[in-house]
Design a protein around this ligand. Structure first.
Ligand code: URA
Length: 248
């Protein structure tokens, strides 16, 4: 596996997490190494597993510098009925769709409801996922919704103004709507409040029957991925998520 130099650490992380990621050992095995004084931080043995490792610090074991693996960026076609969670005692989670070695590393970049399908991103790059999910970055997310009823005539105007949801102080940001047929629409939003799309159509007197996420920023779900399948993003796709520019 490619290893990036320890100096390329993207953000500070706990020493036990660093050692576990860099060696492939479990977190408790990493802690045992640290407790034994086997891990050097900038040349000195550190026995505190919670010590933060910052960019440019050198971590060594048995005379070798430890380095983090290349960051992972994955897209998954989430099936309906699977939870967007890292673990659950009773229900299947999206992480169970990945090989265990990858599942142990990544976190979810935002969530989809259990009954929503489509594009879900996973990564171990916390700074990147923050940019995708932070409301300040206004990363657009596009969904296809199948509605229970034909949509009211002035839906475009009300969505463009910013809907007011019940029990919410601030109105929503303007959302884009395209009608695909009488009961199918494409909707684009730039924030991610709880059950947002379902609640938006409820506020318009309708009900979402099925919901599918098609796009995040400039990245469209690969239509060769069947529900439950995943693949790594290319560097261009990773950039397109944040730039919003679609790939040609
Ligand atoms: N909005 C919803 O209501 N559900 C989702 O899963 C995503 C956006």
């Amino acid at each position: 596996m490619d290893r990036r130099p320890a100096t390329a650490l993207r953000q500070a992380m706990r020493l036990d997490r660093f050692v576990s990621h860099a060696t492939g050992l479990s977190r408790s095995q990493a802690r045992a190494l640290i407790r034994r004084g086997d891990i050097l931080l900038d040349g000195l043995a550190v026995t505190d597993a919670g010590r933060q490792v910052a960019e440019a610090q050198r971590v060594e074991r048995a005379g070798a510098t430890l380095a983090l693996p290349e960051p992972l960026y994955l897209m998954l076609n989430k099936p309906c009925g699977v939870l967007s969670a890292t673990s659950d005692s009773a229900q299947q989670t999206v992480l169970s769709l990945l090989p265990a070695t990858l599942a142990a590393r990544v976190h979810l970049v935002g969530r989809l409801d259990k009954e929503t399908s489509g594009l879900l991103l996973l990564t171990d790059d916390g700074a990147w996922s923050h940019q995708v999910t932070s409301p300040n970055h206004r990363c657009p997310k596009t969904y296809i919704a199948q509605l229970a009823e034909p949509l009211i005539d002035d839906a475009e105007r009300r969505l463009a103004q910013g809907l007011q949801l019940r029990n919410q102080k601030a109105p929503l940001r303007p959302a884009g709507l395209r009608r695909l047929d009488a009961v199918r629409v494409q909707i684009t939003i730039t924030e991610g409040r709880y059950h947002q799309v379902r609640r938006m159509f409820a506020a318009l007197g309708n009900r979402v029957v099925t919901l599918h996420r098609q796009r995040i920023g400039g990245l469209v779900l690969d239509d060769r991925l069947r529900p439950g399948q995943w693949r790594a993003l290319t560097a261009a796709e990773r950039a397109a998520v944040l730039s919003g520019q679609a790939l040609r």
